[in-house]
Write a protein that binds this ligand. Sequence first.
Ligand code: NAD
Length: 270
Amino acid sequence: MKRLEGKNVLVTGGSTGIGRATAIRFADEGANVAINYHSSEREAEITLEEAQKTCSIIREKGCREMLVQGDVASEEDVERIFREVLKAWGRLDVLVNNAGIQTESPTHEMAMDAYDRVLAVNLRGAFLCAREAVRHFLDRRGGGIILNNTSVHETIPKPHYAPYAASKAGLGALARTLALEYAGQGIRVNTVAPGAIVTPLNREWAGDPEKRAAVEGHIPMGRAGEPEEIAAVFAFLASDEAAYITGQTIYVDGGLTLCADFRTPWSSGT
Ligand code: NAD
């Protein structure tokens, strides 16, 4: 029997990158996967195409996949996303809060709408989805699982990306709070904090050999990660093998949080 056989899973931002790899991995482990995608005017076509590609891969594996469009930052959309999933399946077992965006600007030049949008998608969006999931889990009294995608920037500061770092630190705190608040009701809440992963979010450096080498030079293991390496940890955390784990962040970062600067001693003569 596969680890996630028959589990109903919702992955936000599931049409690309880590979300896509997670949807495919969960389907591969026997889960039914609802892939949320965001259809802004700018990216609707690409996102839909990617989402449909994901679905056709899952279909080959024989799962009951579905697509659910919606902006996780919108309360109305999130309520509709959950209504659609529950109407189709009757129950949800696992929520993966994966959707996320970032914006680059020195803090003193940061426009407030850019700041607000990052916080709205990365933190408010995760809260809205978690709130709907918890309401459902409490209603059916069967417990449930909430997984979150933060970043090494849950703890490492990131100049020029202040709202991103703030949102990810906030999401880590939100996850630990929910874990404590609902541990007694059988709800487990855990987080994966990826390092530098090759996805569309990192298209700026991932496809440029020189820039990529510069990024990888900062990673103790000497390479960027693949989305599948994050998906594998989500699958573990969603499985019964992680039944006694809650409120934790697992860093999956090739050693990035170990401070590569200390690979050779420099701070002491002794
Ligand atoms: P990505 O751009 O492929 O994925 C982000 C997804 O979120 C996209 O599918 C996008 O359409 C979706 N999305 C954006 N706004 C949305 C909204 N309002 N509602 C619903 N969906 C929305 O990049 P990725 O690297 O796969 O990012 C996935 C998650 O992983 C993000 O939360 C990101 O912060 C996190 N992460 C990525 C890395 C990395 O190096 N790639 C590192 C650490 C954390």
